[in-house]
Design a protein around this ligand. Sequence first.
Ligand code: ADP
Ligand code: MG
Length: 491
Amino acid sequence: MSNLIKGKKHDWETVIGLEIHAQVKSNSKLFSSSSTTFGSKPNSQVSLVDAAMPGMLPVINKYCIEQAIKTGIGLNAKINNYSIFDRKNYFYADLPQGYQISQYKHPIVGEGKVTIDFKDGSSKDIRIVRLHLEQDAGKSLHDQNPTKTYVDLNRSGVALMEIVSEPDIRNADEAGLYINKIRSILMYLDTCDGNMQEGSLRADVNISVRKPGDDYGTRCEIKNLNSIKFIKQAINYEVKRQIEVLEEGGVIEQNTLLFNTSTGKTRPMRSKEEAHDYRYFPDPDLLPLVIGQSEIENLKNEIPELPDDRKKRYINEYNLSNYDASVLTSDKSVSDFFDSVIKVDSRLKKSSKIVVNWITSELFSLLNENDLEINNSPITPENLGKLVKLIIDDVISGKIAKDVLLEMFKTKKDPDKIIEDKGLKQVTDTSLIETIVDDVIDENHKMVDQYLLGKDKLLGFFVGQAMKKSKGKANPKILNEILKEKLSKKN
Ligand code: ADP
Ligand code: MG
């Protein structure tokens, strides 16, 4: 697939790098013991440290450090045995310390990589520059009072992991696949809940364009996007804007932008001249963070099976395509569901592709229509496994199975019970099918003549008629065989 975009004058290539902020899944904050529960009453989870009272000392939360190291391992990255916490100084109402404790020159995690998978079966590696730990700021609430701004410090001091990519991403789709993959790795590791709506995962998107073969162009950074849909929209808008500016002979100014989700447009927040000078320096309240190799090895042993390993296992064990396996494994709950379905019967392993289809097309569309996640599916993996078994054993046809699935969805009933109650079992009794076929032939003499004169297409018509008579229950394979045989004898 070519990544080039046709402008009016030239072809252009897009260059994108992402800075992802992932909230560490932890009950308490990075340097205090306050709770991190989302949606609590404003300012109910604020310790003296989080409110930056004079003389308070930050105490590092070991659990958050371990979560960052695990994430680093999941990103195939180098874990640094030595890292430093710096003060990043700026003034803002929701930052009572007057600085954010972050990591600058010596982050806890260094270079790594993640792989994204495309529909055509190909893959691509996106390099990670670093992952560092930092405190989140509080929240300014502008919509509570017409003349006042309120500050909620519940979020102040919550641990964030900032994951910075190299500018290896070349279009909006790749950006979507990349953030999806990061989210999936974090959720398998259980180091971040991945909830983008609540802001547990959000991204700053850096974008530039260049003529193929040129050096990187000047970039703009779109701040704080919290959905994959908005990330893609923002990229597509911004790329078009930059190409237009350049083709009209203008220059791109290195700006920080905001994306307006209602208009779908970006607008400047500040220019490079207004860029902050953060005056980073090591926080004198915190010693360098030294992590022994044995601690890292211990954490490595706690790492569960990650999406890429699971994907490989699916390809080897179940013979699935790279893309099918990546779709299944990208969401841990979908993948766990698939694992449970396959376990229902040893013969399902050979029909794994059918299992995948029943999950990703039939079940997903029912879930989507009803706004449900797979975790809340009224159809259990056990029952879906039973249904697929009924199909491969030719007890019911695929067509009838769709009706049964819908009934299972509505009633949570076992498929065997539904088939029994409604008498949906496939008819495999050959004498019964023969009678039906004889009737169809008797009732359609003219058509039979035409068929015998060479109009082969009419076979489909006879099959349809016979199916109708059997109320969709005739075994299609047996029906076809009998029909062909009887028709040939008419000759
Ligand atoms: P800063 O520290 O000023 O934010 P970095 O060099 O750390 O700058 O880069 C931040 C992000 O911007 C990284 O994800 C990087 O991949 C991306 N980036 C750097 N240069 C470009 C560019 N020319 N076009 C698009 N993205 C870029
Ligand atoms: Mg930046």
